[in-house]
Ligand binder design. Structure first.
Ligand code: ZN
Length: 479
């Protein structure tokens, strides 16, 4: 046996022992990410990028199908321009990376590396929108942005990250409202139906909304450790940015009007959700719809005559049907089983001399570890079916976990108790006063995740102050 055959897959810390370490181990062992030279930056490695690309391609298709076009704007924003919208600059100032020199020469004006691109789009729109006939403008860009974070973790919080940001301009407030809701639905569709992650849809409270927005809509997902992850946001700007940047159009009556804008973004942060919702102590679990390899063929006793030939035949046969690959390297089958379990490949296909004799294969699903013997003649039917079952099971499991960890509370005592004992989402009534929101956050470290669209009346009064309640809020400790 060669040295490399003895090297077994390195151990992953059990998530019950240390969830943060488990996360780091999975990210590293599954070869998703490596650290960049500047602290807080990340290198997305081939396997990590292949998963992200599948998510990205799906979302890009959805964005285009709903009438948007992709564009690419510059990386840099002059400081004076960044300061045009007061709330916006205040929100982002602490995280901006500044360029002060061009070569040896000090610049007259500092240049911000975009933390987000509202300013750039607004400047452009102010020059290119003249008439109601120019509306709506439905643009999207895939880009890297920089936010100088103090504490960073791969995917979850990094100083530079990759995302898409949609920026749209509309004739009326109502049109912008429809767009904001539509794009949130698009994100929910992607995350639930492709990534198998259930989400709560709702509106952010005033204090949690995007800097400069009229309101922010969000999808919130629950991670395995009971903490929430904001997974995509869609902002209605009203005409606030339009007024700051003087973006006007002539309506059908020839009157000058401000446009109404939206922006919406989903980033590589969603990879963190993928890891923390579906992963287990054996490593990553990737839902079939976004898995770069849906089925991995592993020849058993491949030195025996005919095994490899049959395995390659099988790969060729399945190629057009599912995303299939083969590992015919000289590593031991046991090593391969562990390796692809760790990488979260949904289904493993084992094929050895005995199987060939019986004209069958062994299918092993990653989510449950269940094995089944399938006649070669039935494989083309059974394999796609099994992938659908894995996809559905991952969603069902995540939903059951999310529901089990969603608790309604009516007193602060219950709030604290449930948060400590169970974690997860807490539903509670709120009076609408920011003082209560602040107080709850200070006392419990939970933050308001959203005012869910699906409201319930759990009590007459605010969980914090006892005054009449206005709405139900979902709370959680969050990433
Ligand atoms: Zn209150």
């Amino acid at each position: 046996m060669s040295k490399k055959n003895k090297d077994f897959v390195e151990k992953i810390t059990a998530m019950e022992d240390d969830f943060a370490q488990w996360y780091t181990d999975v990210v590293k062992q599954a070869e998703l990410v490596d650290y960049g030279l500047i602290k807080g930056t990340m290198i997305i490695r081939p396997y990590g990028y292949a998963i992200w690309e599948n998510i990205k391609d799906e979302l890009d298709r959805m964005i285009k199908e709903s009438g948007h076009t992709n564009v690419q704007f510059p990386l840099f924003i002059p400081e004076s321009w960044l300061q045009k919208e007061a709330d916006h600059v205040e929100g982002f100032a602490p995280e901006v990376a500044w360029v002060t020199h061009g070569g040896d020469e000090e610049l007259q004006e500092r240049i911000a590396v975009r933390p987000t691109s509202e300013v750039l789009f607004c400047e452009y729109y102010s020059r290119h929108i003249h008439s109601y006939r120019d509306l709506p403008k439905l643009y999207n860009q895939w880009a890297n942005v920089v936010r100088w974070e103090k504490t960073t973790r791969p995917f979850l919080r990094s100083s530079e990250f990759h995302w898409q940001e949609g920026h749209t301009a509309h004739a009326t407030d109502k049109d912008a409202e429809i767009e904001t809701a539509r794009m949130l639905d698009t994100y929910a569709d992607l995350v639930e139906n492709y990534m198998a992650i259930p989400v709560y849809k709702g509106k952010k409270t005033e204090s949690e909304k995007f800097a400069g927005a009229k309101y922010t809509l969000t999808i919130e997902a629950l991670m395995h450790d009971g903490k929430a992850l904001q997974s995509g946001t869609s902002h209605h700007f009203g005409s606030g940015f339009a007024e700051a940047f003087d973006i006007t159009y002539l309506d059908e009556n020839g009157d000058s009007q401000f446009v109404h804008q939206t922006s919406w973004g989903l980033s590589t942060r969603i990879m963190g959700a993928l890891i923390m919702v579906h992963g287990d102590n054996r490593g990553l679990v990737v839902p079939p719809k976004i898995a770069p390899t849906q089925a991995m063929i592993i020849p058993v006793a491949q030195h025996k005559e005919g095994v490899l030939d049959k395995a390659y035949d099988l790969r060729d046969q399945l190629k057009g049907l599912v995303r299939v690959d083969i590992d015919a390297s000289d590593k031991m089958p046991g090593w391969k089983f562990n390796e692809y379990e760790m990488k979260g490949i949904p289904v493993r296909i084992e094929l050895g001399p005995k199987d060939i004799e019986k004209e069958q294969v062994v299918l092993v699903r990653r989510d449950t570890g269940e094995k089944e013997f399938v006649a070669l003649a039935d494989l083309e039917k059974r394999l796609p079916e099994l992938l659908d079952e894995v996809q559905q099971n991952l969603y069902d499991k995540a939903l059951a976990h999310r529901n089990e960890k969603t608790t309604s509370v009516t007193t602060m005592e219950e709030f604290r108790e449930m948060l400590e004992e169970k974690g997860g989402f807490l539903k509670a009534m709120w009076c609408g006063d920011e003082a209560c929101e602040e107080k709850i956050q200070e006392e419990t470290t939970a933050t308001s995740r959203c005012i869910p669209f699906e409201q319930e009346k759990l009590a007459e009064t605010c969980v914090c102050c006892g005054k009449p309640a206005k709405e139900m809020v979902i709370w959680a400790k969050a990433y």
